[in-house]
Design a protein around this ligand. Structure first.
Ligand code: 4NP
Length: 160
């Protein structure tokens, strides 16, 4: 019998910096473990400002230096995503609140988590928005995401 896919959605504000990077990093880890048929990954933004755009060129550049290809197309987070995904992961508290506001029921609310809850090495209370930062901000986001994605994958492997 075919096993059910476990679906993860990363969410930030614009879906051009943090969440597409989380998607790319996590998909890479999933693939390296041969779990790409069991775990599906996507990303979205609570605002639709950048609908249809590739990730921010700075995020793509910083990602490429670490061997990632961030090429998902920005889209807005919608209430129907609660039906489609098993886990919805917010980058900061504002994303978390905006996602929760759209949750239709308790079961949906339980799907929502904060990315930093999966951190292992770092003690940040959110993934900082790098949009108005310099290179350091983008590098920090990648460090935090690589760490939290590893923790997240360990947790999901216990569930599937
Ligand atoms: P993200 O970063 O939420 O990590 O994709 C941002 C992207 C765009 C804007 C803000 C944050 N913006 O204001 O356009």
């Amino acid at each position: 019998m075919e096993e059910k896919e476990y679906k993860v959605l990363f969410v930030c504000l614009g879906n051009i910096c943090r969440s597409p990077a989380a998607e790319g990093i996590f998909a890479d880890m999933v693939k390296k473990e041969g779990l790409q048929n069991r775990i599906k990954v996507d990303s979205a933004g609570t605002a639709g400002y950048h609908n249809g755009e590739l990730p921010d060129y700075r995020m793509r550049q910083h990602g490429a230096r670490r061997g990632y290809k961030f090429d998902s197309i920005s889209r807005k987070f919608l209430a129907v995503d609660f039906d489609q995904f098993d886990m919805i992961i917010a980058m900061d508290d504002s994303n978390y609140d905006n996602i929760m506001r759209l949750a239709p029921d308790l079961e949906s609310e339980k799907k929502v988590h904060r990315m930093v809850d999966f951190s292992r090495k770092y003690k940040y209370d959110h993934i900082p928005d790098p949009y108005y930062s310099g290179s350091d901000g983008f590098e920090l986001v990648l460090d935090l995401l690589e760490d939290a994605c590893a923790g997240l994958l360990e947790e999901i492997k216990q569930k599937i």
